[in-house]
Design a protein. Sequence first.
Length: 418
Amino acid sequence: MTTRPHLLVVATGMRLFREYILRSIAPQYRIHMFLHAEPTWEKEYIEAWTVLESTLDAEALVAAARKLHADQPIDGVLCWDEARILPTAHIAEALGLPGGDVEMINRCRDKHLTRTALAERGVPQPESILVDTVDDALAAAEKVGYPAILKPRAMAASLGVVKVNSADELKDNWEFAHDTTVPEAPHYDVKVLVEEFADGYEISIDSAIFHGQVTPFCLARKEIGYPPYAEEIGHYVDAADPLLADQELMQVLVDAHAAVGFSDGITHTEIMITAAGPKVIEINARIGGDMIPYLGLQATGADPGLAAAAVACGQAPSLVPDRTMVGGVRFFYVDENDTVLDSVAFDSSALPATIDQLVVLMEAGATTSPPPEGTLWGRIAYATAVATSLDDCRAALDAAEKALQWSGHPKEAGEPSP
């Protein structure tokens, strides 16, 4: 009997967005987890765990991993939490495991380094200029032309990204791009990129990379809302998307990975499809968020969690689709800033069978806002649907949106937060 590989997983992320990955991996891998608090729901899927003061401290992570490895050899290390991707790479590097190239991961984590690497290889992308002050940004915008994009150097999920059409709009939105942050994000002295606006529609491609070979397994089309901000309000994954057969797009994907020197692991690459062809927006050194890989699993049957675990352990991924469906997700928000929720629930009594999940993210008493104040953390619920066509999938999510019932009131001065 072959012993299941021993996989170290660093942190988990939010259960309602990430449990499906552990559910896939657990039957075929012995999972040891590093966390900053005692596990709760994770215990169903893991064999052992270590609680650390911080899972962001690379030195502490490496020390704990060395101790574990000496007692129970580790076959691979995996992380899908953006803030912990780089510290996790230090573990892989220290133990000589796949993905153990800290500079490779940092070329994806730092968007300026990504841009530099892509430019050196001539990979198509928007022109990008790193700036320090609003005056620098104004000069850069004059060079790339309006409309322009302001983008934080260290964020993900379109946080802090804003389109500006003029110098006045740039000045008005400078603080939004410069000061937007999230807990645990890296800090750079020079924080903002001014980029050429790439007009078109945006997609993402999740890929498994094994010994430099790029295998895409999930292509999603983004739904963007709340202009001029770039809030990701939904995604669709079509197993039969014609873009999967677009040779120019696939070559750009391969060239982008070669440019950043990505040899082993999972990536989530965002690409704008423009009239001039595909242009790379960014490469993330992790599996995609926002339930995108889950939609891919439902639409194609190819399991993203197992692919991620395989390449982490130095094994070729098995990504064999067994169905041709369409999966979609839509996120829901309140209407006004500083809304205190009185109730939030779905009425599922008359929803179509194509509805897959109805997930409430906030409880009564929570205070929330729509984008740009709320962004990822302003979402009060989401729904997923799986259907045989894009139209049926979209119709199901429309029905879920109508079935979402919530009430709230403006937060009053002195009203306590939950």
